[in-house]
Design a protein around this ligand. Structure first.
Ligand SMILES: [Zn+2]
Length: 397
């Protein structure tokens, strides 16, 4: 999910949140939460705030993410998504990716002692010991290598440690979930091409995790059969609970276990809750003329246009309960065991999240909800970061 406008979380919203989400997390839970290594594998703050001139060194009143709030939320490792949409073609996409990485490097430079770029397991553990945020780079969309292995190598040298083979747009060598589902007949190829397989091999060689979020089923299975290393699905949910094109079906979930990979659940309301889009569509119908004109003037999606119009109460009414997000984790754990699930929030990449999850300070609520669901502390450590650490180690050692 990517939105095109800022979503201001008004303090007033907190007053009408559910009783559970309004209550502070107990100190004993906070203490345990802080001891865990928390890894979030997908955050869009670079595109959403940094590239628009906001300095995330400071506590911001906009967006979901900044360094002080990451600290407060107990985040130890943050994968920063480097992203541009498919309209950035050859000659632009790779440059833009580099500019986005530059923006992260300047944040790191200005916040010496608080955040450092991590390129492998040892870097992460050193940053954790020193109380720094370990910043990692995930490039979201294979179109940013512009069909060139030397560009892949170059992004690796700058710190890229996962690459999502496609975003919503397909590229010359891999097809996306959106295209495989809705534009199948117009695709020039389906799945990974021979060059796509070369890309996966090169990623394995370098130690760049193969990310299968956003890709179509054919690309998913082609890539997971090609990769010699465990894959990551950096921000996706369960299709059986919420049937949207880019959530994972049962056979895909089982394939991740077989590959020893990890699925990091996405917090976006539209991927968590199968009723969400129906409810948004009802509002879009109600506000049709306004939505149409905003879509036309600002070239934004109907959802984004609607969110500019909806009242805080209306936005609040669209949010699923946090328990539904936990159901996605539960589903994966019950199907394939505790060792293959993680957290991939998509904060600053979507217009709505479950009740209680307003920004990155709210991660302790996930820990609390998992404890309430009966998960042991050992299992929660795996979900919050242990499983992703295992995959990082397997790819980068
Ligand atoms: Zn995404």
């Amino acid at each position: 999910m990517k939105r095109k406008q800022l979503f201001y979380f008004l303090p007033a919203l907190l007053l009408i949140a559910s009783p559970l989400s309004a209550q502070p997390v107990p100190a004993s839970v906070m203490k345990f939460h802080r001891k865990c290594i928390l890894i979030d594998t997908h955050n869009d703050v670079l595109s959403e705030l940094t590239m628009r001139g906001h300095d995330i060194s400071n506590w911001l009143r906009v967006g979901n993410t900044d360094l002080p709030r990451l600290k407060q939320g107990g985040v130890d490792v943050q994968f920063f998504s480097v992203w541009c949409d498919g309209s950035y073609g050859k000659g632009r996409a790779f440059n833009y990716a580099n500019e986005e990485i530059d923006s992260l490097m300047s944040i790191i430079k200005r916040n010496h002692g608080k955040i450092a770029l991590a390129k492998n397991y040892e870097d992460i553990m050193q940053d954790v010991r020193q109380g720094k945020l370990a910043a990692m780079i995930g490039v979201e969309g294979g179109h940013m290598i512009e069909g060139r292995l030397d560009y892949l190598d170059s992004l690796y040298r700058r710190g890229m440690r996962y690459m999502t083979l496609t975003w919503n747009n397909s590229n010359g060598w891999a097809t996306s979930a959106v295209d495989e589902t809705y534009h199948r007949d117009s695709l020039k190829h389906l799945g990974l091409t021979d060059f796509g397989k070369e890309v996966v091999h090169r990623m394995n060689q370098l130690g760049v995790m193969v990310d299968l979020a956003h890709v179509g089923r054919q690309t998913f299975f082609d890539a997971i059969h090609t990769s010699t290393k465990p894959v990551i699905v950096s921000h996706s949910c369960v299709y059986k609970i919420c049937p949207v094109a880019r959530n994972l079906r049962d056979d895909q979930i089982r394939a991740v276990k077989k590959n020893s990979g990890v699925i990091c659940v996405n917090f976006y309301s539209g991927f968590v809750d199968s009723n969400y889009q129906h409810k948004v569509d009802a509002f879009i119908a109600e506000y049709r003329p306004e939505v149409d004109s905003l879509e036309h003037i600002k070239h934004e999606s109907a959802n984004d246009a609607a969110f500019e119009i909806l009242t805080p109460e209306e936005k609040q009414s669209l949010r699923p309960p946090l328990s539904l997000l936990i159901d996605h984790i539960d589903y994966i754990v019950k199907m394939i065991g505790i060792d293959y699930v993680g957290i991939g929030s998509d904060f600053d990449g979507a217009e709505s999240y479950p009740l209680g999850l307003d920004d990155v300070t709210d991660y302790p609520k996930i820990t609390e909800a998992l404890l309430q669901r009966g998960y042991s502390k050992k299992d929660i450590r795996k979900i919050l970061g242990g499983n992703v650490l295992r995959v990082i180690k397997a790819n980068m050692d």
